[in-house]
Design a protein around this ligand. Sequence first.
Ligand code: PLP
Length: 365
Amino acid sequence: MRITPSATNLLNNLVLQKRERGEKVYNFSAGDIALENHPAIVKAVEHGIKRGLLPYPPIAGITDLRKAAAHWMQKAHGVPYGIENTLVTPGGKFALFAALGVLLQPDDEVLIPAPYWVSYPAIVEVCGGRPIIISAKWKITPELIDKYCTPRTKVLLLNNACNPTGIVYTRDEVQALLACAKKNKLFVISDEVYSNLVYDGKEFVSCGGQDNTLVVQSGSKNFGMSGWRIGFAFGNAMIIREMSNLMTQTTSGTCLASQWAALGALENAESVIAYVKEAMEKRRILFFETLGAKVPLPESAIYAFLPIQEKNSEALCARVLQETGVAMVPGSAFGTEGYVRLSFALPEEDIIAGLKMVQRGVFAL
Ligand code: PLP
């Protein structure tokens, strides 16, 4: 089987290689929150390690963490989940894998609105399904879902709040999409890893709480802890059990130290999230002020998805990286040519210096 490598991971490797050679790189390509871990995370891990025991973890996650995650979903997003509805995974990406792995039969179709997160089509293919890309600008609608549904369509893979566009679906839109999914007998996987990085007082509405929905969450974004590789899935008890069975045959659970780290984050969720969100809000303003163009700011997440003057985004990104050391991700990797994605989660001095290198003749603003 040939697996398409992740465009963002590939770019990040290129950036790391350049840095190893001593070249200056402004890495706008990685969706990585450049912030020190909140002290509550560090303290929880130190406390766990001092106890000295690191056996195989319980496959579905330690009980305290599953409880804390379920409690957080209720408190932050109003969705009531119990421990039997909650799975701890090594990252949100693996939660997506496990969900599609247990749901899909060969050639089942999965609807993916574009622009999409770079890994969706490859994950669907690895799990034996067929990605059906729906171009939307920028929101998917019930009409589009109806149009693309066939008797083989099994899953709608929704990303709210969205990487790369930053769009957030309103309550009415979420309800209409869920009603449409139910009518078409679709299962909805809702990737909500940016749910707490929603700006300007805009409401975030989760798709969770229904039998035919599964919510994917992550420590990487809301809690700024990507290196710990920690994620969560919330859904009906049967699918959570199946995903946990899949983990018995793949990861054998999630690293215990990472689970302690996540417990530290979730037990202090309000202050950890405020710490990450405040920094991202500041960098978002700084990024767009430095960019100096009058464009609407993204409603959520950590990205600017900007139109470009050239036709071929891949060639443009390669040239800009070569000439200026600025790394951006081509729109083609998100299924949408004519754009590039830049993260604004990098250190403030890099935002200012990097944008100065790249602006002229690149963006169509
Ligand atoms: N979903 C989206 C939309 C993302 O942007 C990412 C990471 O960039 C993930 C899932 C995966 O997150 P994790 O680091 O938890 O695997």
